[in-house]
Design a protein around this ligand. Sequence first.
Ligand SMILES: *[C@@H]1O[C@H](CO)[C@@H](O)[C@H](O)[C@H]1NC(C)=O
Ligand SMILES: *[C@@H]1O[C@H](CO)[C@@H](O)[C@H](O)[C@H]1NC(C)=O
Ligand SMILES: *[C@@H]1O[C@H](CO)[C@@H](O)[C@H](O)[C@H]1NC(C)=O
Ligand SMILES: *[C@@H]1O[C@H](CO)[C@@H](O)[C@H](O)[C@H]1NC(C)=O
Ligand SMILES: *[C@@H]1O[C@H](CO)[C@@H](O)[C@H](O)[C@H]1NC(C)=O
Ligand SMILES: *[C@@H]1O[C@H](CO)[C@@H](O)[C@H](O)[C@H]1NC(C)=O
Ligand SMILES: *[C@@H]1O[C@H](CO)[C@@H](O)[C@H](O)[C@H]1NC(C)=O
Length: 667
Amino acid sequence: MKMMNVLSKKKLGVFLQLCFLLCACSEKTLREGSSTSIVKLNTDDQQQLVVDNGIVSVTLSRPEGYILGISYNGVDNILESENKDDRGYFDVVWNKPGKTGNFSRIHGTNFSIIAADENMVEISFLRIWTPSMNETDAPINIDKRYIFRSGDSGFYSYVIFDRPEGMPAVEVDQIRYVYKLNKDMFKYMALSDTRQRSMPAMKDRLTGQNLAYPEAVLLTKPIDPQFRGEVDDKYQYSCENTDNNVHGWISFDSDEPMGFWLITPSNEFRNGGPIKQDLTSHVGPITLSMFVSTHYAGKEVTMAFEDGESYKKVFGPVFVYLNTDSSENDNSTLWSDAVQQLSKEVQSWPYDFPQSKDYFPPNQRGMVFGRLLVQDRYFKGGRFQYTNAYIGLALPGDAGSWQRESKGYQFWTRANAKGYFKIDNIVPGDYNLYGWVPGFIGDYKYNATITITSGGVLNLDSLIYNPPRNGPTIWEIGIPDRLASEFHVPDPYPTLLNKLYSEQRKDKFRQYGLWERYSDIYSDADLVYTVGVDKNKDWFYAQVTRITENKTYEPTTWQIVFEHQNDIITGNYTLQLALASASDANLEVRFNDAGVDPPHFATGRIGGDNAIARHGIHGLYWLFSIDVPSNVLVKGQNVIYLKQSRAINPFQGVMYDYIRLERPPIT
Ligand SMILES: *[C@@H]1O[C@H](CO)[C@@H](O)[C@H](O)[C@H]1NC(C)=O
Ligand SMILES: *[C@@H]1O[C@H](CO)[C@@H](O)[C@H](O)[C@H]1NC(C)=O
Ligand SMILES: *[C@@H]1O[C@H](CO)[C@@H](O)[C@H](O)[C@H]1NC(C)=O
Ligand SMILES: *[C@@H]1O[C@H](CO)[C@@H](O)[C@H](O)[C@H]1NC(C)=O
Ligand SMILES: *[C@@H]1O[C@H](CO)[C@@H](O)[C@H](O)[C@H]1NC(C)=O
Ligand SMILES: *[C@@H]1O[C@H](CO)[C@@H](O)[C@H](O)[C@H]1NC(C)=O
Ligand SMILES: *[C@@H]1O[C@H](CO)[C@@H](O)[C@H](O)[C@H]1NC(C)=O
């Protein structure tokens, strides 16, 4: 269906259309039979080169490797021509340890043709680091590769990081591709079936009013009046890595509607694991391909290299996909076609065509399979629970370390309902096998290092996860799923809406300014939760600071009130305290004495995931298993005081995932 649309482009001619309609020949035969789909590389110009496969034509600067133009479907350049080299580029945010950050667009120094025949062109723009760049560029050799194949409605890009021995130390916070599209064409953005909308213009941000967090702007004088009074903030369009696989823009400007999509068929090269969140597309119109970032995690996930440390990793390939809709359908046709293209890319992952020797083709990859069961003897469903666990391989480390791991490859899957899992296409190397199970607290780690060999298959049989547990549950608050979404997410201020989420209740947490609602709702006193009376919806989604009438900030102290009807048992009770997020917070826990100093327990200063300010419903996961000596509890009414004591700004605080009080173990 879509192939027809692509083929019916003027470029391909009537003959091919007829051929397709009459003999229904496959995409492959068409490609081979199509003389217009030969990939041509033109390097006549010393400053620029053009690669054209008859469907898409891309102009790149030489030797820098900036994408200057993408010509498609009769449009000369779908990128923003008003920008100079600021159209399609790769950039790095980095710093020397202890110094402030630098932002560098990567400027190739050495252009080379890796492969060029009529079926495929692969070109390289290598940026070689030299000591003379010590102050201006990250000490990494960076090879930007582009692949153009016949018959593809788009092109691939990937990036190789190489640190030969002897380079100085560096911390890399972010690496990404950026595409800035023609602002007069692309006005409708899509990142999921439900998260898609017509978007304001970049100019609207300049005429608007800056809000408390730098990226957020209230649109006061938008060009298109329908956006007046809305908030625009790119972080409202974030999503988890597992879902960050196709997003982009639609243009209704030309004769036929046209789509620009960034397709990421695998997360293996991204940092922080499957539920780390990152940016997608946003006002500009801009589409990002995020490879690594500290978003929703903080500086603690930076890629840190020591002096002299060598390193090599391949990021990508990702696919820039272009489509058109000649059938005069609405925008949903282009979106659903992009989703179909994603599934094609996923099916052909790992790709077998990238030429870099550092890229691992399918036949060099290994596989692990097995079954993960959960054993929790106090859990009501029985001793072994079937699960839908997240299971993954990441660089060796402690249980849970994968969420802060940014340098290696990660390979994740979900076990099925009976706990069986298979992880394939694994790059050879040493890993730990990690897991976590929605419905249970804590992190699983398989005891031994797992060595994946080229083509190797490893059967781990049955594995058992014993989640943290010292005794039977007395009470619990929340659902252990690393999210705060089951708690009360307040209605946004009507003056600070993103209308996209007005109708979509489950995305309500993406609205701007919800942190401030706490001081409205709890204007007289902080939250008090009474066990047995209150429900999850009575627990505010984030413990934020209180805003005073003088616009200063105060700590907040929440209380959990519970009756302990039986005699207190001598020994340790356990408070299992799981956080879904922490931003420059210090959570102090006190039992039946709001003033005891030092507190019975304190997390210390933790977190920089910024999930409160950036409208996430989680950031990094934290679990504290707190010993509660029996002498601090009483028969009858008890109060647990949770004080978030750091209060300098409105974005500090924690989100809770789950809290459970356990009796001492039954022996
Ligand atoms: C890169 O280009 C420079 C200058 O032309 C040349 O001296 C150097 O050998 C090239 N390096 C590689 C790895 O091709
Ligand atoms: C690079 O700069 C660092 C200080 O930031 C210095 O310690 C190091 O010696 C320099 N390296 C080279 C190769 O110039
Ligand atoms: C990088 O940051 C340093 C400050 O740490 C600054 O002196 C330098 O000019 C920056 N370099 C670039 C290329 O932005
Ligand atoms: C795109 O599709 C949505 C949902 O079908 C519709 O509400 C919207 O008006 C469409 N936009 C345009 C510009 O056609
Ligand atoms: C983990 O490995 C260590 C050392 O090999 C061994 O002593 C220990 O019993 C193992 N633990 C489990 C739970 O298998
Ligand atoms: C606000 O400032 C005024 C004047 O300094 C002071 O009297 C008042 O106590 C302050 N209010 C709070 C809540 O700090
Ligand atoms: C109770 O907890 C304290 C503090 O962690 C610890 O020192 C003590 O050994 C524990 N007692 C028992 C009986 O487990």
